[in-house]
Each structure stands twice: as structure tokens, then as C-alpha cells.
Design a protein around this ligand. Structure first.
Ligand code: AGP
Length: 606
């Protein structure tokens, strides 16, 4: 998730306008920045790794000439943060520049074709195929607008693109497919941006671009066509009433709620990760004598979920370990035949890094799964996978948890295929179930009104306990972590079977117990647990499959998951109403869901 911006001014220089707009988009990505402007002098590009402030200090962005230009603030997915990988990317002749937000899934094969046609690539990004593709059509005699349209038709994946060219120093062409893109209009200028916050101080007149729209921006006017068919289109201009802060939150009350709602897109981006990376990681994992999955907090919960996926799907025993205990617990067993798979959204968590460095010193192989390209975890790893969730502003991890578990589920399926541990039909079924997860998440998000109701009903309780069985013990742990870090309510989580060996002593009148209870192989046992707790007058709340009449009858309250999914993938969907429960409980109790007390987004101290 990056921020893109483009502007055509009647008069004046665009660079300061782009600079300020990128500052308003910086929450979308902040590892590198760049601008391209077109003037009588031709195309000028200034870009580098770092925050807007640092890059401006070094490259004096406002000095760039021209009344037409585009800008980009980056959240790396392909190619670590560097000057070469920063946007804009340009064609071989340097006459076309492109900024892009999204993931080009077929970039490897397009790049190969273009390199065979003698195009020279300067970066490791997926985006750079776009200016070279446009250049191909321009060299074949097409005009710039048509070249962008034809190039866009070749792209697969998600993309919001803005392109400029010296051949048309009077316009910008932008294209939308899945990634957000809005147009801003005023008498003297036209804008395109990843969200309205970028141009709100300049105009409140906006056009929301729709799927497959291509817009040609000229001073104060815009033409929109469908880039697949070339058909001319009409789009409504609406007046934006939001404040800039609202706009950066996409109209949601907090970043956390926005990020909970971004999970379907985040998982679509996990499904776009090039198979070669999962293949590389799997081939190393399956040869290892010992595999430890390391993480802290939510990332440890993803590791624990992975231990169920790896053993049940690929027959591979792995050890999920809380990173701060790794050295004490396993340090003496680590050697050159050990593999450490470190999971960390920030890639900078001190406890995880300390354990990784320790294992490395013992000769172990290090691999990583992270959300931040260029982070320390990526530099310590022989192989790493960027999970593509986009920046997570809320301190509480939400979309990064489901992204991590989805990456690990993909890995477990690749391992199962390599180790031949599943019948092909089952493997195929599981692969297609994973592809259905974004849709199932979209329907799980519809439980919000019900969840909000329950948060209000239970807001005065002083503690909660979450129970789950099998892989949904990890869902219970994650639900507990979200509730206590956001509402400061001391809460518990147990494997439901374990609850009889101690916790049950705590249970009395109206003690709220939340059951994660999909109709999977553990269903009958968890029904028994519900009855045990009801017998002690607990308040029983369940996250259940839609239409589960048995539990609807037994439970005091329930949240129905509209689209059930295959059992090993249930944490990805069942965690959503529980994230929402923690969010609304925090709001009900007057806590700030985005900035919980005493916590930092990345814990960089031991
Ligand atoms: C989760 O909501 C918390 N923010 C925290 O537990 C977090 O998961 C933990 O600090 C690990 O962070 P990492 O994934 O960046 O390493």
C-alpha cells in the first residue's frame, strides 16, 4: 500500500503541491519517496530512500520545474527500499515516468519479454515493467494515452497508476484496477490520488474512479474511458465533506477499524506473493532437522497456528517459540541443521532479533516473514517473504495477523505438495479454500453491528476468558491479546480442554466466556465445554457457524459467521468478530483503540 499523487496546474510549479500532498499520504507508506515533473526542460525525476522530510533535505524537491507532475510515497512489496527501487520508474529513453500502488502479479514474465526486446531495467520492482510496456507501444507508433491503455491491458493484479510523458506535457494518464484512486477537480487544476486527503485542502470536488477506469487529466477537465474496451464513460462529481483526518482513516473512526476492514485486500495481496518465494522457503524447511518458529505477541500466535498447519498438512513437526524464551528454552539445541523461521510484522522487535542473532551465531539458517521490506529481519534472513499487508498504523496487530497466518498456510500447502502428504483432491480443495478466504472475510465483517451490540452489553464486566480447541486455541489467544491490550481488561485464554484443569475454579455467576466454536473436528468437545461452563452460570458467548441451531440454543449470546471455511483456515475468519469485539469494547470503555497505553507498535527494547 503506497500513496500516489498527480497534478496538472494551469500555471505555477507543481513540485511544492506534490510535496505537500505526499506528506498527507505518508501514512500509506514511508520507506522511500519520489517525484517526476514535465517542463520545457523535459522529464525530471528526484527520488530516494527515506521519509519525505529526509529526501527533501537531500534533493530539494520543491525546486523541480514544471506544471505537470506525479509523486509517490512507498511501502515496499517487491525490492527492498533503495533509490533504484523508489518510484517514479522511467522508460529506457527517460521520456515516460510512472508511479504505482498495488502488485503486478505477472511482472516476472513481462520483464522477461521486455528484456528480450533489449529493455534495460534499473530496479527489482514489479512496477518498472509499466513504463517499458508504454514505451513499447509508443515506439510502435501509438500516442501516449493509447499506449498507457494498451499497456494496462497486459497487467494482472492490483494497480493504481499515474503516468506522464514528454510527448504530452499537458496531461496525466491514470488507471485503476482494485487499488484505490480518486480524481480531484478545480477550475485551474486536476488531481489524482490514492485518497482524497491528498487534495482536500485544494478542492472538495472529487470523482471516485471505478474498476478498469482510465482517466486523462488536463487542466480543469477529465476524460474517462474503460481501459479494456476504450468505451467513453461518465462519472459523477461529488462534494467531499470529510476532514483530512477522516479521509486518512477512509471514513472509519480509527485506523484499527480501517485495518480490520482491509483484511480481504491484505489476503488477496498474500495470494499474489510469487510462488517462487514460498517454494524456496519450503525446500529449505523440509530438509531441516529442527524448525523453530519465532515471534512475540500476535506474531507468536501466528507461529502457533502454523504449528497446527505444518503438522496436519505437511507432517512436518515445528516448534513455535515465544522469542524472549528461545535462548533459555532451545538455545543449547541449535546448530547448523536448525532452521529459524522468524515472524515479525515490523521486522524490528528486539526479542525476536536477539534470538535470531543467537541462532545465527550457532550456524542455524534464518528465514523471515515480515511486513516491512528492508527491516532488520530481512537483512538477517537468507530467505524472507514480504507479507504485503501495507502499513499498519494501529498499534494492535489485526490485518498483519491474518496475513502472517495466510502466508504460513500457503507455505504449509507447498510443503504438503513437496512431501506428498495429502491426496491431490484434498490439496486442490485446500488451495481453493484459501482463495475463498477474502470473500469469507468480507461476510464475517458484516457481523459488526451484532458485535457492537455485545460489546455494549458486556462493557462493564471486569474480565473475560476465551476458549478454543485445536488451531482455534490460537484464535482464542489472539482475541484475548486484542481485548486486554485495547480495553485494559485482565483476560484469559485457554485450550478449551485445559479449562477443566484450573480455570474453571474462577467461573461463577455471569463470568463471560467466549467460545470459538466452528463445526470442525473438535465441535462436539467444545459443545461439552459450553455445557460445563453453563452449569456454573457463566455468561456463554459463541462465535459459531451460521445456522448452528444446537449452539444457538445453548449459548447466552452468539455471533454467526455467514460463510464457514475449511477447519484449518477458520482462524482467518473467526478472529474478525473478535478483533471487532476488542475494538468496540475499547470504544465503549473510552479507550483509544489506535494508541493503547504503555504499548508501542514495534518493541525495540529487550
Ligand atoms: C499486537 O497487537 C501487539 N502490537 C504486539 O503483541 C506485537 O504483536 C508484538 O510486539 C510483535 O511485533 P512484531 O510482529 O512487529 O514483531
Amino acid at each position: 500500500m503506497c500513496g500516489i499523487f498527480g497534478v496538472v496546474l494551469k500555471t505555477g510549479r507543481v513540485a511544492p503541491v506534490i510535496h505537500q500532498a505526499l506528506e498527507r499520504l505518508e501514512y500509506r507508506g514511508y520507506d522511500s519517496v519520489g517525484l517526476a515533473t514535465v517542463s520545457e526542460k523535459g522529464l525530471e525525476v528526484r527520488k530516494d530512500r527515506g521519509s519525505i522530510r529526509d529526501v527533501d533535505l537531500k534533493h530539494r524537491l520543491d525546486d523541480m520545474a514544471g506544471r505537470i507532475g506525479v509523486g509517490h510515497t512507498r511501502w515496499a512489496t517487491h525490492g527492498a527500499p533503495s533509490m533504484e527501487n523508489a518510484h517514479p520508474h522511467v522508460s529506457c529513453k527517460g521520456d515516460v515516468a510512472v508511479v504505482h500502488n498495488g502488485i503486478i502479479e505477472n511482472f516476472l514474465e513481462l520483464r522477461k519479454q521486455l528484456e528480450e526486446r533489449k529493455h534495460v531495467f534499473r530496479s527489482r520492482t514489479d512496477t518498472e515493467v509499466i513504463p517499458h510496456l508504454i514505451e513499447e507501444y509508443v515506439s510502435a507508433g501509438e500516442d501516449f494515452v493509447e499506449s498507457v491503455r494498451l499497456a494496462a491491458r497486459q497487467l494482472e493484479g492490483s494497480f493504481a497508476i499515474a503516468a506522464v510523458s514528454t510527448s504530452r506535457p499537458d496531461l496525466i494518464v491514470c488507471v485503476k484496477k482494485e487499488s484505490p484512486l480518486v480524481i480531484g477537480l478545480s477550475d485551474s487544476s486536476s488531481y489524482c490520488a490514492s485518497d482524497v486527503s491528498a487534495f482536500l485542502p485544494l478542492t472538495r470536488k472529487a470523482i471516485a474512479m471505478e474498476e478498469d477506469d482510465l482517466a486523462v487529466l488536463e487542466t480543469g477537465q477529465t476524460r474517462i474511458i474503460n481501459f479494456r474496451t476504450g468505451q467513453e464513460l461518465e462519472r459523477n462529481v461529488s462534494d467531499i465533506t470529510w476532514s483530512i483526518e477522516d479521509a486518512t482513516k477512509g471514513g472509519y473512526g480509527h485506523f484499527m477499524l480501517k485495518e480490520i476492514n482491509e483484511q480481504p485486500l491484505a489476503i488477496r495481496n498474500v495470494l499474489r506473493i510469487q510462488p517462487v518465494y514460498c517454494g524456496l522457503m519450503a525446500s529449505k524447511l523440509e530438509k531441516a532437522r529442527q524448525v523453530c518458529l519465532l515471534g512475540c505477541g500476535t506474531s507468536y500466535h501466528a507461529c502457533l497456528a502454523a504449528s497446527y498447519l505444518f503438522t496436519k498438512l505437511a507432517g512436518l513437526q515445528v516448534q513455535p517459540v515465544i522469542a524472549s524464551e528461545f535462548v533459555e528454552q532451545y538455545g543449547h539445541l541449535i546448530d547448523k541443521d536448525s532452521i529459524i523461521l522468524a515472524v515479525s510484522q515490523s521486522g524490528e522487535t528486539a526479542d525476536t532479533l536477539e534470538s535470531v542473532r543467537f541462532a545465527k551465531s550457532k550456524g542455524a539458517s534464518i528465514m523471515g516473514i515480515t511486513n516491512v521490506m528492508g527491516s532488520t529481519i530481512t537483512r538477517l534472513s537468507e530467505v524472507y517473504i514480504g507479507q504485503n499487508s501495507g502499513p499498519e498504523v494501529g498499534v494492535a496487530a489485526t490485518k498483519t495477523f491474518t496475513s502472517q497466518v495466510s502466508v504460513l498456510a500457503r507455505l504449509a500447502l507447498v510443503l504438503a505438495e513437496k512431501r506428498n502428504t495429502l491426496p491431490i483432491e484434498e490439496l486442490t480443495k485446500l488451495k481453493s479454500s484459501l482463495l475463498q478466504i477474502p470473500k469469507a472475510m468480507e461476510s464475517a465483517l458484516l457481523t459488526e453491528p451484532r458485535v457492537k451490540e455485545l460489546a455494549r452489553k458486556y462493557r462493564d464486566r471486569s474480565s473475560f476468558c476465551f476458549l478454543g480447541r485445536g488451531i482455534n486455541f490460537t484464535t482464542a489467544l489472539e482475541a484475548r491479546l486484542k481485548l486486554l491490550e485495547l480495553s485494559y481488561l485482565p483476560s484469559l485464554a485457554y485450550p478449551a480442554g485445559e479449562s477443566k484443569h484450573g480455570f474453571i475454579a474462577v467461573v461463577d455467576q455471569d463470568y463471560p466466556i467466549v467460545f470459538v466454536a466452528p463445526k470442525d473436528e473438535t465441535y462436539h468437545k467444545i459443545v461439552g465445554n459450553v455445557m460445563e461452563m453453563k452449569a456454573r452460570n457463566a455468561s456463554t458467548i459463541g462465535v459459531i457457524d451460521a445456522g448452528d441451531e444446537r449452539l444457538k440454543e445453548l449459548l447466552d449470546d452468539y455471533i454467526e459467521i455467514p460463510t464457514p471455511v475449511t477447519s484449518l483456515l477458520t482462524p482467518l475468519v473467526y478472529v474478525i468478530p473478535l478483533q471487532l469485539f476488542a475494538y468496540w469494547m475499547a470504544v465503549e470503555r473510552g479507550c483509544d483503540p489506535d494508541r493503547p497505553r504503555n504499548l508501542a507498535k514495534s518493541v525495540t527494547v529487550l
